[in-house]
Design a protein around this ligand. Structure first.
Ligand code: PMP
Length: 436
């Protein structure tokens, strides 16, 4: 075996064969039948494979690489921070990247959200939100309020608490159902993004809250876009009605904007489509432009003071890499870069290019729906795709698309030009047409 200190001498076969033996990839079996594509560098919107081929990245590395790869502004911020301090514990210490980042997040989110708790992944940001909600009610002498309500077809992460909020039937975690905490689930909103939401659309949620509010701490939803659970877009009015219900039944409202935050839906945060403010907000993914792993749970004074001024006071959570300075400086640079750009126009341009490019898919057999929102394009199929068959077909066409189940979708980096979006969409249409 070649020395691990000389990874660039490893060719495609060595990388792929060794990977197959020693690495366990996400959502996959370790039985050695996964042919992961070795990627050796990435720049702009292109991933360079070990054999020299380049792929246009239609996934933004699972929503996060909004500025693409190898961006000079991002690189410079990280290099400068590396020269200062790569990591320091956050217990009892603080540092400029964390303070500046928290300030900008407080400025950019609704005025009521004024506290930031950092963690290292989206799933953990959700765990933190759950703990905040439970501890809040404990401190209010209502310890019986311990249950959450989540939406069917929702997805909130892979850790135990987060798994307990994913759809227990259609979701990927049902195997653990017996040992997961039991929460309530309301039907996913049926009202589409551009449709009104009637009282009937939210009746099941209202009934649930009415019947069980004494034990319900919080409702958690992905605002506007239900991502990994189905790439569904729903009406902003649903959120307006949901906020009113939470207020009526004295229940906290948590928004999981881990996927939707930072411009993806055409607003800086998806909740802005509805002008609704949650009590707790989870951020992650494109928070750092995909450069580092960082997440944040924000909350309002009601939650922060409610926990801090009563009961045990301290919030008992503190990951080792909390507020990592490299990650915070990446997030600060990414966020400052985003808001310095005409990103709304960019997302509108991407939306128009996706609409145009995916239009021919409507005519294909087996296509249920083609939908776009902001910089997200989705083709929903009648049948689930065979990943082992479909993935190489995309790579042959020079694009990186990673479908799941019945969904073939893209959320490109915001820097992708119209020509590359057209290539991406043409590949999606062509692959589905070839599959028949
Ligand atoms: N919530 C949502 C809405 C997500 O899309 C994801 C990631 N797909 C998570 C939570 C979990 O984030 P992470 O993968 O960083 O743990």
């Amino acid at each position: 075996m070649t020395s691990a200190t000389e990874p660039d001498t490893w060719d495609w076969k060595q990388l792929q064969d060794t990977d197959r033996k020693v690495i366990w990839h996400p959502y996959s079996s370790a039985s050695g039948n996964l042919d992961a594509y070795p990627v050796v560098s990435a720049s702009g919107v292109r991933l360079k494979l070990a054999d020299g081929r380049e792929l246009i990245d239609g996934m933004a590395s699972w929503w996060c690489a909004i500025h693409g790869y190898n961006h000079p502004v991002m690189n410079r911020a990280l290099e400068e921070q590396l020269g200062q301090m790569s990591h320091v514990m956050f217990g009892g210490l603080t540092h400029p990247p964390a303070v500046k980042l928290a300030s900008i997040l407080v400025d950019l989110t609704p005025a009521s959200l004024n506290r930031v708790f950092f963690s290292d992944s989206g799933s953990v940001a959700v765990e933190v939100a759950m703990k905040m909600a439970l501890q809040y009610w404990h401190a209010q002498d209502k310890p019986q309020k311990q249950k959450l309500v989540a939406l069917r077809q929702g997805y909130h992460g892979d850790t135990f608490g987060a798994m307990s909020l994913c759809d227990p039937v259609t979701g990927m975690h049902h195997l653990f159902g017996d040992v997961l905490p039991k929460h309530y689930f309301a039907p996913a909103p049926e009202c589409a993004f551009d449709e009104p939401c009637s009282d009937a659309d939210i009746k099941a949620m209202a009934d649930l809250l009415e019947a069980h509010h004494q034990e319900i701490a919080a409702v958690i939803v992905e605002p506007i876009v239900q991502g990994a659970g189905g790439m569904r877009f729903y009406s902003p009015e649903y959120l307006v009605k949901l906020r009113a219900l939470c207020d009526a039944f004295d229940t906290l409202l948590i928004f999981d904007e881990i996927a939707t935050g930072f411009g993806r839906t055409g607003k800086l945060f998806a909740m802005e489509h509805a002008a609704v403010e949650p009590d707790i907000l989870c951020l992650g993914k494109s928070l750092t432009g995909g450069y580092m792993t960082l997440a944040a749970t924000m909350c309002n004074s009601r939650v922060a003071d409610g926990i801090s001024n009563k009961g045990v006071g301290a919030f008992m959570h503190g990951p080792t890499f909390m507020g990592n300075p490299l990650a915070c400086s990446a997030a600060l640079a990414s966020t400052e870069l985003l808001i310095s750009l005409p990103w709304q126009r960019t997302v509108q341009r991407i939306n128009a290019a996706l609409k145009l490019g995916l239009e021919p898919a409507r005519e294909l057999p087996g296509v249920v729906e083609v939908r776009t929102l902001g910089a997200i394009g989705v083709i929903e199929l009648e049948q689930a795709v065979d990943m082992r068959k479909i993935q190489p077909m995309f790579v042959e066409r020079g694009v990186w698309i990673r479908p799941f189940g019945k969904l073939v979708y893209t959320m490109p980096p915001f820097i992708m030009n119209d020509e590359d979006i057209a290539t991406l969409c043409a590949a999606m249409v062509d692959v589905l047409a070839t599959l028949g």
